[in-house]
Write a protein that binds this ligand. Structure first.
Ligand SMILES: C[S@@+](CC[C@H](N)C(=O)[O-])C[C@H]1O[C@@H](n2cnc3c(N)ncnc32)[C@H](O)[C@@H]1O
Length: 289
């Protein structure tokens, strides 16, 4: 049976995300990576990189030192442990009517819930992160309120979890774009696995910058779970690409950054409807006047 090498360490959020990203450039390439919040109030994150061959320990030590992070803990895992690890990390997540789960939990979707199948992969959006959950809850409230957006785009789709949730809720074609080609591949695979082929179109795009997205504008609903600065940079495009009365669900914003993002959107003609904080993360709903 093959063994896996798991590298884990804890770090601050920014360092953990950077290490997971840089880890993908290593030789040999990791077969998986993940950044998981340690929910003990310590503001520490666990970053894991998983290899089928032994990685270059010198490169790893340099990478950890460059980020001022602790050295990696290197452990050999029999295959069975790796599977168990992924399953443990990917316990199902409930957010309103949505139940995000791996294939090992496909039989656990509660009656009346919308199941979304997301396997562990190298893209963000398993539903575990507070920002994804915040967006799913905002969508759930819109559905509850009887809103029926027709033109929808998910900017920074990652696994396409938000785009697929919207496609389950509304009988329209949902567009999903990501700057990262690996995420786009993962998103396409998820769309097929969820039986949404033809209902969610995934493209490689920076912001709204793709012919398919531009030709579908203006939008009634935009998701953008990206970080504070890209969200602020996106204000002029967001104002142009949203239809009057259209809404944007924004996340990836630390609670301490929320006022700055709210002010930037209000100044761009996109006032705040609602703000919800989940732990250290804020999710905002804004609309175009
Ligand atoms: C925090 S993840 C969100 C994934 C998913 N939408 C969710 O809510 O779980 C952010 C994603 O946005 C992508 N991204 C960041 N900036 C972007 C931009 N300007 N345009 C398109 N995608 C972007 C990243 O590659 C990443 O996949």
């Amino acid at each position: 049976m093959p063994t896996w090498t798991a590298l884990t360490q804890t770090a601050g959020r920014e360092a953990a995300e950077a290490i997971a990203e840089l880890g993908e450039d290593l030789t040999p390439e990791p077969v998986g990576s993940g950044v998981f919040e340690i929910e003990d109030g310590s503001d520490r994150w666990e970053v894991g990189l998983y290899f089928t061959e032994s990685p270059d320990e010198v490169a790893l030590a340099l990478m950890a030192a460059a980020w001022g992070a602790d050295p990696f803990v290197i452990s050999e895992l029999p295959e069975v442990d790796w599977v168990a690890h992924v399953k443990r990390e990917l316990s199902p997540v409930e957010a309103g009517r949505f139940f995000v789960h791996g294939s090992h939990d496909a039989d656990k979707v509660p009656e009346g819930s919308e199941g979304l199948l997301i396997e562990a992969a190298m893209a963000f959006g398993t539903g575990h992160h507070a920002t994804t959950k915040g967006c799913l809850l905002a969508l759930d409230r819109m559905i509850e309120a009887g809103e029926q957006p027709q033109r929808i785009v998910d900017v920074g789709c990652g696994t396409a979890v938000l785009a697929m949730a919207a496609a389950r809720a509304f009988p329209v074609i949902v567009l999903a774009g990501d700057i990262d080609p690996v995420a786009v591949d993962v998103a396409r695979a998820n769309v097929i696995a969820n039986g949404l082929d033809g209902r969610v179109e995934c493209v490689e795009a920076v912001g709204f910058d793709h012919p398919l997205i531009e030709s579908a504008a203006p939008f009634d609903l935009v998701f953008a779970n990206i970080l504070k600065q890209p969200l602020i940079d996106l204000v002029p495009d967001m104002a142009r690409q949203l239809a009057p009365g259209g809404k944007a669900i924004l996340s990836g914003i630390l609670v301490t950054q929320a006022e700055e993002v709210i002010a930037a959107y209000a100044a761009g003609g996109l006032p705040l409807d609602r703000r919800d904080d989940h732990g250290e993360w804020s999710t905002l709903v804004v609309h175009r006047k």
